[in-house]
Ligand binder design. Structure first.
Ligand SMILES: Cc1cc2nc3c(=O)[nH]c(=O)nc-3n(C[C@H](O)[C@H](O)[C@H](O)COP(=O)(O)OP(=O)(O)OC[C@H]3O[C@@H](n4cnc5c(N)ncnc54)[C@H](O)[C@@H]3O)c2cc1C
Length: 370
């Protein structure tokens, strides 16, 4: 199968998601953005469609599709509403898949089906106020005597709505992974974009936890989670950029200036041509990384390349989409300004662009890369 062909199943999943997103998400996205509203009931609907566990095996309550199908879902959801896209991305990539990969058989059986069916939301709590890119500098602590974690985590996606949290904490001089349902969401962040998603600070006060993976294995779990998760953020970026291309293209056909549609000016038509070309290139990088992951092959560098490139494409071209719309692009009458605000975060979370470059450079140069 060529890089660009999708199987019938992949195409069906993409088309199902696109239809649902066009009918049930896109018409509300502007209002959710304005109201900073988390569309909680939507995730039960997505669960009924199988989209909250699309790449989770059938025997654990999912649809059993491949990782590329899941990337198609994230692109289509993000094309309608990037806040919905990140909610699902974190729920699956960072909430559910680490339990599948690192949990015991008993944990998988107990925890995964309800997540895969969208009955509960999941979160991933790594970042703290003083440790982001340098996650290993975290302060949250595990107390072995009481089997509890104490500490604070910052900017946790789904934080105010999740029931299941994968949390990372210091154990002696190492970091270990844990699972808990006991935590407090204390502050919902006010953000530049992604207003329909929840980003909260979580407090763990002697919270009872169970282990996820072996003692001291936390950074390995976190880093392998981010290896896959960042392909999902790249897919989110492609979805946002695609939405911006669509709004800019239809505007260029309808808006007239100097007696002709503005799409008739080469400055505009070539901008759209470049935009479409770079979005296709970003999509190809996402599909390549996803296919490597599906084949069980290394995908750390390819995932970093996909995220680095797709996030830059999204940030740059959502800005240019505003330019195509002129003054209207800067107003809330059109979605271009929302796409621009939503796109920026794709260069920051699940590893900043600087960290993606570091990952790629280490592949080229080894440890001398700084
Ligand atoms: C909306 C949102 C949702 C998020 N969701 C989650 C979540 O669900 N779970 C979670 O755990 N975290 C989450 N985060 C945190 C996010 O992953 C971090 O913000 C990100 O990893 C960057 O960390 P930092 O913000 O502390 O920046 P810092 O690490 O302080 O970086 C600041 C600047 O320094 C640069 N820098 C740092 N180190 C290096 C280096 N070695 N080389 C070159 N440049 C460097 C960075 O690239 C950046 O430009 C979220 C953040 C936001 C804003």
């Amino acid at each position: 199968m060529s890089l660009y062909e999708l199987s019938d199943e992949q195409r069906d999943i993409r088309d199902l998601t696109r239809r649902f997103a066009d009918e049930e998400i896109a018409p509300h996205a502007a209002q959710w953005d304005r109201d900073h509203r988390f569309p909680l009931s939507l995730f039960s609907q997505l669960g009924e469609l199988g989209l909250m566990g699309v790449c989770v095996p059938l025997e654990h309550g999912g649809v059993g599709a491949d990782f590329l199908s899941y990337m198609l879902v994230l692109e289509e959801l993000s094309r309608a509403d990037a806040g919905v896209g990140v909610t699902v991305a974190v729920h699956i990539s960072a909430g559910t898949l680490p339990v599948l990969s690192h949990g015991t058989a008993e944990q998988i059986e107990r925890i995964v089906p309800s997540l895969a069916q969208g009955h509960e939301l999941a979160a991933f709590a790594l970042t703290e106020a003083d440790s982001g890119s340098d996650a290993a500098a975290m302060r949250a602590r595990y107390d072995a005597a009481t089997q509890t974690v104490t500490g604070s985590k910052q900017w946790i996606t789904n934080g105010s709505y999740a029931r299941h949290v994968n949390v990372f904490a210091r154990e002696d001089d190492r970091v270990s992974g844990f699972i808990t349902r006991t935590f407090k969401a204390v502050r919902e962040e006010r953000k530049m974009g992604l207003h329909s998603s929840s980003t909260a600070d979580l407090v763990f006060e002697a919270s009872p936890v169970e282990r996820l993976g072996p003692p001291g294995g936390g950074m390995r779990i976190a880093l392998s989670t981010l290896d896959g998760g960042r392909i999902g953020i790249a897919a989110q970026a492609v979805g946002i950029a695609q939405a911006a291309l669509e709004v800019a293209t239809s505007y260029a056909k309808e808006r007239t200036a100097f007696g002709r549609p503005i799409g008739g000016f080469q400055a505009i038509s070539h901008k759209l041509a470049d935009m479409q070309t770079e979005i296709e290139a970003a999509r190809a990088l996402v599909w390549r990384a996803a296919r490597l992951k599906d084949a069980g092959r290394p995908h750390t560098i390819e995932g970093a390349q996909a995220k680095l490139f797709a996030s830059r494409v999204a940030r740059h071209w959502t800005g240019e989409a505003i330019q195509v719309l002129g003054g209207y692009g800067y107003t809330e009458d059109f979605p271009a300004e929302r796409y621009y605000r939503d796109a920026k975060i794709t260069e920051i979370y699940e590893g900043t662009s600087e960290i993606q470059r570091l990952v790629i450079a280490r592949g080229l140069l080894g440890d001398i890369a700084g």
